[in-house]
Design a protein around this ligand. Structure first.
Ligand code: FUC
Length: 758
């Protein structure tokens, strides 16, 4: 008995950092604006926004492949299409208007949304989740006492399809303008009372409970060779509903909670305690206060919300997170709710590896690989992508600033987006060290992109190599040797060299690319100590009128593209390239934050990670705190650009990871060189590199580090008290903390405990 009690105590202790109370968003009123207020649930492919209105539940339903548009090698914007809304499930309960004791919440740990209220002496409760194992959205309505539910269920299809009603089923099916077929079905189960079809709705009376199972799908297939079309979704959906209807609600829920926890519970974070008065506030009010007074538990929740959202919208087998993740209430969403390649989709995936959700990165690789044939074709015919000698592109692919899921491209070439995408392929390996993945999935894409850049770099008279006529995203003129492009190509070449070394492959080509890397022009330092964004310092005005001065201390543009080499790149590591890192800091400080209206949402998340890499925890934390203002996040904590945009949610999770643990540096043999190549050396794990004063005591479990490590840490009074380094799949490493260095030579599967002095 004693043993089991102490076991229980230990179990509770180990669960305490992810206690439900700390990880719940809650509100005292129903949602009004779906994207800003509704509660998001998702299983990676199918998603719902729960409005939680007592007298008429509205669940806005999304399926991630419901896209208009097509392949468009000439970049014809109209043909790119947009991510579409599927429709809404509506449950009318007319007698429930104006209830008492209303509350709605989203429990991140269980991935469950709830609504509860009382009216007419009855306690009502709803629960919602999207199950990955079952492939369904599930909604359950219960009440006490029994027999209290009377109302009607309807579906509203966003593309005008009529509803077909069966005995306990509603369905709708249609085709979009590009021929994509879709279908969705709602199966209603009830306990007590009656439920029957009446026209296009299901009418129920005096039921004790209702369970709705929602299935949805399209015939989209991530395969260029099959024109992105696969099987009709009808049979798949019917089978999912059939299988789920054989299980009890509790069994479906238990299966979902277990599946979700298997990913979500890998990381537990405790940043300290908040006050009782902070805890007493609903999330919308609480976040406003948190922008001014530190609310450590809400900061921890914001970190975990990014992980919650990533697991909910990006699971293997589905599409990657788009500009709104998976959630969308419109057929004409902002920026088509597409994949933006100059920061946004990359930021979506920044937290995947460090926050221990490597599998959630896989949909991004699957989509990119499925688009390559179309992107090669588009590159081959683009006059803008001719090589410096005037030849058409024959090797590699390129993409524009935005794209769809069917080989279609949007606005303006972003020439080095191909190399930036490659960084993600490399990072998955860097963290997880899976050589088979590196050989079969990542390496071919990296090599092809190196070939593209081998063909496209332009030599300057002094022998340096530059990316010709490219842009610093959405800021100023296109020119040769823009810092953003130079840094991204350096990153590609450096990663490729490491990939060859890891696989012992292609030595001659590896050496060729290493030589090209070392000839790439490196950004200079300008007259006010800033890192130059273009090869030459700009004076005067910008064609884009709102940024009247380019490259001056008064230039507060939202993008920090020229700081790529600090984060997410690793070229300008603080300890090894101190002069360039210092210049980057000058630029970052000038780019600023509030009240500059252009600095918003994702800009703050990027700045958090940049400050963290520059070891400035106070500024990193200031950026994080600014995200809580009403201009940067919605009441449901979705990022607010405006309008709602999800990248900032993911970016801030990644930023917090960087504040606590960094692993982008390796010990290099010649640290005195201007930009040391990172091809040989021992991985450095830097503990608590940017811990702010706002988090004096805390702990983290389960962060991942490059090189194949998992790290747990505890700290008190702003100082590390203990650390545990699990060698999951790594080699030797060096642990750095506060000027101290400890070399570890553990084997795979071994764990090393370290004290405050390492
Ligand atoms: C980039 C940014 C914008 C916005 C858009 C979706 O173009 O410059 O701020 O986030 O993507």
């Amino acid at each position: 008995m004693k043993r089991s009690l102490s076991l229980l105590y230990l179990t509770l202790l180990s669960l305490s950092p992810v206690a439900a109370r700390d990880l719940t968003l809650w509100y005292r009123q129903p949602a009004k604006v779906p994207m800003n207020e509704a509660l998001p649930i998702g299983n990676g492919r199918l998603g719902g926004l729960v409005m939680a209105v007592p007298e008429k539940e509205r669940i806005i339903v999304n399926e991630d492949s419901l896209w208009t548009g097509d392949e468009n090698p000439s970049g014809d914007y109209d043909r790119m299409g947009a991510y579409q809304l599927l429709g809404e499930v509506l449950v009318s309960l007319p007698a429930h208007a104006k209830p008492n004791a209303y509350r709605r919440d989203l429990d991140l740990t269980g991935a469950l949304a709830h609504v509860s209220y009382e009216t007419g002496g009855v306690k009502y409760r709803r629960e919602f989740f999207c199950s990955h194992p079952a492939g369904l959205l599930v909604a359950r309505f219960t009440a006490d006492p029994a027999g209290s539910y009377s109302g009607a269920i309807e579906i509203s299809d966003a593309h005008g399809a009529g509803t077909t009603a069966g005995i306990n089923r509603l369905s709708a099916a249609g085709r979009l303008s590009n021929g994509l077929r879709y279908e969705w079905q709602v199966l209603a189960e009830h306990e007590g009372g009656t439920l029957q079809a009446n026209g296009a709705s299901l009418v129920f009376s005096n039921c004790t409970s209702l369970t709705l199972l929602v299935a949805a799908g399209t015939d989209y297939l991530m395969d260029y060779a099959r024109h992105y079309r696969g099987d009709d979704p009808h049979a798949r959906q019917s089978a999912q509903l059939e299988a789920a209807s054989l299980k009890s609600y509790e069994a479906l829920k238990a299966e979902h909670v277990k599946d979700f926890a298997s990913l979500f519970n890998r990381v537990a974070l405790d940043l300290g305690s908040s006050s009782e008065s902070q805890r007493a506030l609903p999330t919308d009010d609480r976040k406003r206060v948190a922008a001014k007074v530190v609310d450590a538990e809400l900061e921890q929740l914001l970190f975990q919300y990014g992980r919650y959202l990533l697991v909910s919208c990006s699971r293997p087998g589905g599409l990657p997170a788009n500009l709104q993740g998976l959630w969308n209430d419109s057929n004409d969403p902002p920026w088509h709710s597409d994949y933006h390649a100059n920061i946004n989709v990359q930021m979506n995936y920044w937290p995947a590896e460090p926050s221990n959700l490597g599998e959630c990165h896989l949909p991004f690789f699957a989509l990119v690989r499925s688009q390559l044939p179309a992107w090669r074709k588009a590159a081959a015919v683009a006059p803008e992508l001719r090589t410096p000698s005037g030849a058409a592109t024959t090797r590699g692919f390129a993409l524009r600033t935005s794209h769809n899921i069917m080989g279609g491209l949007g606005w303006k070439w972003d020439k080095t987006a191909n190399a930036w995408y490659c960084q993600h392929f490399w990072e998955h390996y860097a963290f997880d060290q899976d050589k088979q993945y590196l050989r079969e999935i990542a390496y071919p894409v990296l090599k092809e992109t190196c070939e593209f850049w081998e063909d496209h770099l332009k030599p300057l008279p002094d022998g340096r190599l530059v990316v010709p006529n490219a842009w610093s995203p959405e800021h100023g003129p296109d020119e040769d040797g823009v810092s953003y492009s130079q840094e991204i190509v350096w990153d590609l070449f450096n990663n490729y060299v490491q990939a060859c070394d890891a696989l012992a492959l292609d030595k001659p080509y590896r050496d060729k690319i290493a030589a090209l890397r070392d000839k790439l022009a490196i950004p200079g330092v300008g007259s006010w100590g800033q890192l130059l964004e273009w090869m030459t310092e700009k004076k005067g005005t910008n064609a884009l009128a709102q940024y009247a001065e380019l490259d001056t201390p008064r230039d507060h543009h939202r993008h920090t593209s020229h700081l790529f080499a600090v984060y997410p790149g690793s070229q300008f590591a603080t300890t090894q390239t101190a002069a360039l890192a210092a210049a980057a800091k000058v630029s970052l400080e000038a780019r600023g934050t509030a009240p500059y209206s252009d600095v918003r949402e994702w800009s703050l998340a990027w700045r958090t990670a940049l400050y963290a890499r520059l070891h400035d925890g106070e500024s990193a934390h200031r950026m994080l705190q600014d995200l809580f203002t009403d201009r940067n996040t919605c009441p449901n904590l979705f990022g607010l650009h405006p309008p709602m945009q999800i990248d900032g949610n993911f970016g801030i999770t990644a930023g917090v990871c960087e504040m606590l643990l960094q692993s982008h540096e390796v010990e290099v043999q010649s640290p005195e060189s201007k930009v040391p190549s990172r091809e040989a050396g021992v991985r450095v794990l830097e503990l608590l590199p940017a811990l702010p004063k706002a988090w004096p005591a805390g702990s983290v479990r389960g962060l991942r580090a490059r090189g194949g490590f998992e790290v747990d840490m505890d700290w008190r009074e702003g100082r590390l008290t203990s650390a545990t380094i699990h060698n999951v799949n790594g080699g030797p490493c060096e642990v750095h903390y506060a000027g101290k260095i400890k070399e570890l030579r553990t084997r795979r599967g071994q764990t090393q405990h370290l004290g405050p002095d390492l």
